[in-house]
Design a protein around this ligand. Sequence first.
Ligand SMILES: [Zn+2]
Ligand SMILES: [Zn+2]
Length: 70
Amino acid sequence: MTMIHECDSCGYEGRVIEVLDSCLCESCFEQQRHLIEAQPCPECGKEIDTDIGLCQRCANDPEIMPQPDC
Ligand SMILES: [Zn+2]
Ligand SMILES: [Zn+2]
């Protein structure tokens, strides 16, 4: 969502993109795009490897992977 507001990162006032709980101007948004797109690991909240949907640690931990009951 785009609106006129002050960038929470650099203070630029103008067209910003609303991201999560903050507003970022286009240049700050571009800089932080990779951080914004990285969702936290559903198991531990750490940054995930987007290819597998879990962080590396959880992906390598068989304890928390879905296991068949029998
Ligand atoms: Zn900015
Ligand atoms: Zn994790």
